[in-house]
Ligand binder design. Structure first.
Ligand code: PLP
Length: 422
């Protein structure tokens, strides 16, 4: 297996594509055009091999036994933690808590930090563009204490009509002193790339703890935890060429002291008596039970691959594909959502073909081997803000080509013609 770096430095897309076996397959009898990477990315052969290799040469439970395999697995597991820390420029491996993905990371913050530090009268500030995974855990805390919540208030930064956060209102709302501001670095519907550094700086001025949802940003560009200045950064392996079942919550070490364990069980404890227990230091304190070690280890391989791909070139490539898609859709009279400038929304294009339900759009494209997503994208409040019940969404990654974008636009033209005839 050729190493990623050979394929990447200048973003040689043909060489990159050769590393992803699924991209050479067909769907419905046509060459697959995979435009759904915002839902999950495809995996290079090296990641598939890493999973196989783990189960054929190293499989053992981690942090438990002292035999050869257990030592191999534990070492690889902890090396992966250090790799994640280095990938996002976190201070140390100890700042990385393994989770199943972004959703679990946000739930961990809401439970471990939220339940310890929030009370009725406190506000958590979110935005109108959040994924359900950064809404529902806070809804649970907003319930009244007799319903299991804390009775906290929720507030939301609104959007401008071109799908950006209203930064003036964000500043006002941060000045009002919410306890925590949770927001996505990049919208999975609009593609909007938020000014995380500025938002975190304003939050810090007012003593507001910040949680950044990096699900759509970490896989697509250089994300620097230290430079962002946030308290928590959450992301998923599966959107970054890695396997499903692994993800990371990067934690500012000052926050660890303010957090209770998320779950109780094996490996997170120091000492257990029948009626009491004491806990390991973080990050293990937040990792009860057997982790998804093989997935974590293959995530390491995925990040090596990505790091070999010049992330600035990846971002530029995605911007180019996005610009082309926006131009071609505009020629067809198709409505798109989000910033007009492709540079502000690289990689994601949500659109509406007038008079055609997004599921029909997706089904007809699928008939030509083109995979896009249709639906509310786990963003029902955002759909309401946009005045639609659903959108179709094409999302691009380092392995997509201009030719695929043209096939996609051709497919959309076919959808329009099909419904015009009926
Ligand atoms: N946040 C954003 C912006 C997302 O796009 C997604 C997934 O689509 C998530 C959170 C949830 O990620 P996961 O399902 O991997 O936990």
């Amino acid at each position: 297996m050729r190493s990623a770096s050979a394929a990447a430095a200048t973003l040689d897309v043909a060489a990159i594509r050769a590393d992803f076996p699924i991209l050479a397959t067909t769907a419905r009898g046509a060459p697959l055009v995979y435009l759904d990477s915002a839902a999950t990315s495809q995996k290079p052969q090296c990641v598939i091999d890493a999973l196989t290799s783990y189960y054929t040469t190293s499989n053992a439970n981690v942090h438990r036994s002292v035999h050869y395999l257990a030592e191999r697995a534990t070492m690889a597991f902890e090396e992966a933690r250090a790799r994640v820390a280095a990938f996002v420029n976190a201070p140390a491996a100890e700042n990385v808590v393994w989770v199943r993905g972004t959703t679990e990371a946000v739930n961990l913050v809401a439970t471990s930090w939220g339940r310890r530090n929030l009370a009725a009268g406190d506000t958590v500030l979110l935005t109108e563009m959040e994924h359900h995974s950064n809404l529902v855990p806070w809804h649970m805390l907003a319930k009244s204490p007799d319903e299991g919540g804390l009775g906290i208030a929720l507030d939301f930064v609104p959007l401008t009509d071109d799908g950006q956060l209203d930064m003036d209102v964000a500043a006002e709302k941060l000045a009002a002193g919410p306890r925590l501001f949770g927001f996505t670095a990049k919208s999975n519907v609009l593609g909007t790339e938020n000014d995380v550094v500025r938002l975190c700086a304003t939050a810090r001025e007012h003593g507001v703890v910040t949680l950044v949802d990096g699900a759509q940003s970490v896989p697509h560009g250089a994300v620097d935890f230290a430079a962002l200045g946030c308290d928590f950064l959450a992301f998923s392996a599966h959107k970054a060429l890695g396997p499903m079942g692994a993800g990371a919550l990067v934690v500012n070490a000052d926050r660890y002291a303010e957090m209770d364990p998320y779950q109780g069980g094996g490996e997170m404890i120091m000492r257990v008596k029948l009626a009491t227990s004491t806990y390991m230091d973080p990050p293990l304190r937040f990792e009860a039970g057997t982790p998804s070690a093989g997935d974590v280890i293959a995530f390491h391989t995925a990040l090596d691959y990505l790091a070999g791909c010049d992330l600035a070139a990846v971002h530029e490539h995605e911007t180019r594909l996005t610009r082309l898609a926006l131009d071609l859709l505009a020629e067809l009279g198709v409505r798109t959502f989000g910033p007009a400038d492709a540079a502000q929304r690289a990689g994601i294009v949500s659109f509406d073909v007038p008079g055609v339900h997004p599921h029909d759009v997706s089904t007809l494209l699928d008939g030509r081997g083109i995979a896009v997503r249709a639906g509310h994208h786990c963003c029902q409040p955002l759909m309401r803000r946009l005045g639609v019940i659903a959108t179709s969404r094409a999302s691009f990654y380092l392995y997509n080509t201009e030719d695929e974008v043209r096939r996609f636009a051709d497919g959309v033209r076919h959808v329009q013609e099909y419904f015009r005839r009926r």
